[in-house]
Design a protein around this ligand. Structure first.
Ligand code: DHB
Length: 499
């Protein structure tokens, strides 16, 4: 009798735990959004814990938004309750802690219309925005944020039958640190490296691979980002640096001007020489199967590959300029006077007619300008956001590269272990078996937050692994995301509907 009572209590406890990750279909608020003059009605399920044993409950939760039409047998944009894809925008910036996103709250500064989440709802997507832990807390250090995003995916899959939408069609989106995590989420789906941490949090027992990845300006491959930055900006001694210690990515970015001193120039020279060996170790190839390599001086086919994306962006400008705000409308090609003006504005381009013949990469970097001083990511004085990301419960900031650990300006500075560094680098997980077939990567030609080499490495590695990669470096776009929602959703609809 006694034993039965204990067993009953135990199974009740088990039941309570298992059930706490079950989607509560009746706990919602009815909302509407105006998107392009039409009203979309949706149900808002907010603040749902996505793990059973959260350590930072305010961040380890997800907001889920579901078009009302799916509760009335309706269809939107060809999708139904059974087929609607799930848009998974993470609001992470600066590797900081992030609360789940809310439709209408994260407008791109230049955007007056609907934001990505509202647009997604209007286009018939289920929207699920996870929060995640970040670098400022002892329990938010690497790899916490990626563990949290995986747990959120597992929650969605665990509840696939209970919710409208198809958890086999999850499309991740993010910008900057959020872009890097979006890539990592796709690259590392179901990998055993993360299993113990997921289990410790009480994540749902479900797969965490996703269907497709969208990433804007990913601040990724962090342990090689310093060398990549100096490969691109070596020789550019004047800089415009952010005068904040990256504590809050939402505050206005104020830039202070300066010039690298002799010691910094020396570090830049040293770092630059590390990069060719790294690139050459990757065995990357271009679309024609030709090796992408670098010579000791930083020139070579990999640099030409990066430059080819910049040339492609300039060619778009020269040949068909989209009319702002007019969906799918393109102005005619630049006329000869406009071409001359464009060439004068961008003297690092050699232009023949309406076509770019050559990009002078060093002159391009100089024209864009340096934004970070060496070491850009693994700072010798442990002052970067990335140093804090790679801290642990005992040391708030640590190094994560051999170079900076060996040359540290801080006595007793620690270094992140190899396993943690690996878990933050998508490149180590990308191969033919990587789950998502569809990838969209954007980094603007005016972005100086990390080297353009980073996105190029990711694109080449994905292409070489047989993935469908839509990669571009949009002309004149600075460090930002979600600025081309028409194109983003056209791509998403295309990969879901098999167009
Ligand atoms: C972000 C920007 C950075 O320059 C960086 O080093 C890390 C993250 C960001 O905007 O998320």
């Amino acid at each position: 009798m006694k034993k039965t009572a204990i067993l009953a209590a135990m199974s009740l406890a088990n039941l309570a735990q298992a059930h706490s990750l079950d989607f509560a279909a009746d706990k919602y608020t009815a909302k509407t959004a105006e998107v392009n003059g039409a009203t979309i009605a949706y149900r808002a399920y907010e603040g749902i814990p996505y793990v059973n044993k959260p350590v930072e409950p305010e961040y380890q939760q997800i907001n889920i938004y579901i078009p009302e039409a799916y509760y009335n047998g309706g269809s939107i944009n060809g999708y139904t309750a059974a087929t609607a894809p799930i848009f998974l925008p993470n609001p992470i910036g600066g590797y900081m802690p992030a609360k789940p996103g809310v439709p209408g709250e994260r407008k791109h500064p230049d955007q007056t219309g609907a934001d990505a989440m509202q647009t997604a709802l209007a286009k018939g997507y289920i929207v699920a925005s996870p929060g995640a832990r970040g670098r400022t807390s002892a329990t938010g250090k690497a790899p916490a944020a990626i563990i949290d995003l995986k747990a959120a995916v597992r929650y969605l899959r665990h509840n696939d039958a209970a919710m409208p939408g198809d958890a086999e069609k999850i499309i991740s989106n993010g910008t900057s640190a959020g872009g890097a995590l979006s890539v990592l989420l796709g690259a590392s789906g179901n990998h055993a490296d993360y299993a113990a941490a997921l289990q410790a949090l009480g994540a749902a027992d479900a797969r965490d691979d996703i269907y497709a990845v969208s990433a804007y300006c990913p601040i990724s491959i962090l342990e090689h980002a310093d060398a990549a930055y100096e490969w691109e900006f070596n020789g550019v001694h004047d800089y415009e640096k952010m005068d904040i210690t990256m504590l809050d990515y939402k505050i206005e970015r104020k830039l202070v001007k300066g010039t690298l001193d002799a010691a910094e120039q020396h570090i830049s020279d040293e770092l630059k020489t590390q990069f060719p060996a790294y690139i050459n170790s990757l065995g990357l190839k271009n679309a024609h199967g030709e090796p992408l390599t670098l010579n000791a001086d930083g020139s070579g086919s990999f640099r030409d590959y990066v430059a080819s994306y910049i040339a492609a962006a300039a060619n778009v400008e020269l040949n068909k300029k989209q009319i702002p705000g007019a969906l799918g409308a393109f102005a005619p090609a630049l006329n000869p006077e406009q071409v001359t003006a464009f060439a004068e504005e961008n003297p690092w381009l050699s232009i023949d007619g309406n076509h770019v013949k050559k990009v002078d990469f060093a002159a391009y970097a100089k024209a864009m300008g340096r934004q970070k001083t060496p070491l850009a990511f693994d700072s010798l004085d442990l002052s970067s956001g990335e140093n804090q990301l790679f801290g642990d419960a005992n040391q708030d900031t640590r190094h994560f590269t051999a170079y900076s650990a060996a040359n540290s300006a801080v006595k007793g500075a620690g270094k992140a272990d190899a396993a943690t560094v690996k878990m933050m680098n998508p490149l180590t997980y990308i191969n033919e078996k990587t789950a998502p077939q569809h990838w969209r990567i954007r980094v603007g030609t005016k972005d100086r937050d990390t080297s353009h080499a980073i996105a190029a490495i990711l694109a080449a590695k994905l292409q070489n692994s047989g993935k469908n990669v839509d990669m571009a470096m949009p002309w004149g776009v600075p460090h930002s995301g979600d600025y081309d929602l028409d194109e983003l959703f056209a791509w998403m609809d295309g990969v879901v509907k098999g167009k």
